[in-house]
Design a protein around this ligand. Sequence first.
Ligand code: ZN
Length: 78
Amino acid sequence: MIKWLLTLGIVVLALLLWFGKGRSGGAAGPGAPRRRAPGPQAMVSCAHCGLHLPQPDALEGEGGRHYCSAEHRRLGPR
Ligand SMILES: [Zn+2]
């Protein structure tokens, strides 16, 4: 009896996996990376060299200035 239930469980699991796979395969994967860059990112320019970069990647310096690297932050605004 237990053996039979186990077999049934495996079959149900296999069916679930099969249908889950079939569904996600069609629409380019609903689990695809959707979280990053939902819209236009805020861009800032480096106060030293003027390079434009996304604000999350920029280093913040004195006076709310942004820098592209620690080196340019050390050198300060030009
Ligand atoms: Zn720079």
